[in-house]
Every structure is written in C-alpha cells, then in structure tokens.
Design a protein around this ligand. Sequence first.
Ligand SMILES: Nc1ncnc2c1ncn2[C@@H]1O[C@H](COP(=O)(O)OP(=O)(O)OP(=O)(O)O)[C@@H](O)[C@H]1O
Length: 255
Amino acid sequence: MTGLCVSDVSLHYGPRPILHGLTLPDLKPGEVTVLAGPNAAGKSTLLRAIAQLAPYRGNIALDGEDLARMPIRRRARLIGVMPQTLPSGSSLVVLESVIAALRAGSDALGLQADEKAMAVLERLGIGDLAMEPLDQLSGGQRQMVSLAQAIVRDPRVLLLDEPTSALDLARQVRLLGELRALAAEGRIVVAVLHDLAMAAQWADRIVLMHRGALHSSGQPATVLTPDLLAQVYGVRARVERCSQGRITVMIDGEV
Ligand SMILES: Nc1ncnc2c1ncn2[C@@H]1O[C@H](COP(=O)(O)OP(=O)(O)OP(=O)(O)O)[C@@H](O)[C@H]1O
C-alpha cells in the first residue's frame, strides 16, 4: 500500500479526549492535502500524532509500515515537520540551523551538508539570510527558514502547521507554489491552513475536521459548500466557481 494511512486514531491529553477514532482517506504521493477546521478542532494534534510526537491509539502507516514501530532516525529522514510555533533562543545562524536539521536524519557531512543546506535556502529564495543569526530574523523570515529545515532531508512526507501565518502575500504564494512543487516530486504534503480561499486554490484535497473528528473530505469544490461552512464554522459564505473550474470562497458574516 503506497501512501500515508491514518486509521482509527484516538488521542487523549491527560483524561481529555482530543481525537476520536479518526480515519483519513489514504494520502498519496504527489498530493497536497489541506487540513482545515475551526480552532481547537485537533488539526495540530493530528499532525503531531502523524509525526509520532504524541502517543495515540490506532494505526498510522507509511507505505504499509507502522510509523510507531519505525526506528527514530529512519522516521526523521522520511517525515519533515514545520511546526506552528518556532523555538526561540537559538545561537545559530540560519545556515547552521538548516545543517543541524539535515544531520538529525542523514549522514551528510562537511561540505556535502553545507552545499545541500545552501541549495535549499536558495531554492526558497532566502539564500541571502544564510549568515544571519536565527534569533534576529523577522517572523516571516523565520517561517521560511523553518520550511527549509523541514525539507532539507528530502522527506517523503511533509507536515506543515499553518505555514503561511507570518508570511506576506508574495511569500504565501511562493510557499504554496513550493508545496505544489514538492508534492510533484513525489512527496505527500499535508498542511494546516485557515485561509479557505488559499486552500481552494492550492489543495488537491481538503480534510475538514470538527471537534476531533473528520467532518468531510474531498476536492475543494466538494468540501467547501455554503451549508458545510455554516455548520462547521458558523459563517455565511458564498462559493463561486471561476472559469478554470476553481472555486472562490467569500465570507459574508456570521450565521
Ligand atoms: N499539550 C496539550 N495539553 C493539553 N491539551 C492540549 C495540548 N495541546 C492541545 N491541547 C488541546 O487539544 C485541543 C486541540 O488542539 P489543537 O492545537 O490540535 O487544535 P487546532 O485545530 O490545531 O487549533 P488551532 O486552529 O487553534 O491551531 C484543544 O482543545 C487544545 O486545548
């Protein structure tokens, strides 16, 4: 079985149930899946479970192999994570931080690691930041560096938690275009996004979560309907189809 399979996953924080027997459609290489849903729906928690950063019940498998049983180093090579909040207090410069991320899951050494890390920074258009101290970057610059750290090991699965939250419009478009390119290279890309108009434009599939469970999933035009947005978000929305078959979502107010 090729792809990422999330089956009957339940997760508690202490006594509190957060995810309730969640099963996703199989996520295939080449696809960008957007996880959407209201605040506290469990989107970050699901990404943490997939990344094996939180204990859960159920099964999460990559290409048929249970991720919970996979050796940590191999898993670190296969899964790249871009977290929602970025750690601060680092004394590294940008290039060093990307090299450190590379070494966490690969045997790349010396010049080879430097070149690889630099190539990723160039790919993302932030090569000029290489020698800047990580702690002196703007929020948006740090977010781009976080993406570099997530992709430098050439992961097969890329998990991104609100990757555009600090980015200006041009950088949002650049990052989302980059996600499409990374998927086209054969990766499984899963991103949490709140901006449904962006999700409609860039995602192959939207997985809509509500209260720790899967509410609906499918192509953007199937999932993003006025009825469904009213039910899940409590908003009045218009959804219009433009000439290329894409949809645009406009929010008019609360229900
Ligand atoms: N470390 C934790 N300990 C206890 N409860 C937690 C922890 N992390 C998250 N939660 C709770 O789990 C629930 C789901 O949180 P999660 O961050 O997964 O939601 P989300 O859908 O990503 O929300 P948002 O859109 O606001 O980022 C929330 O009720 C939250 O309070």
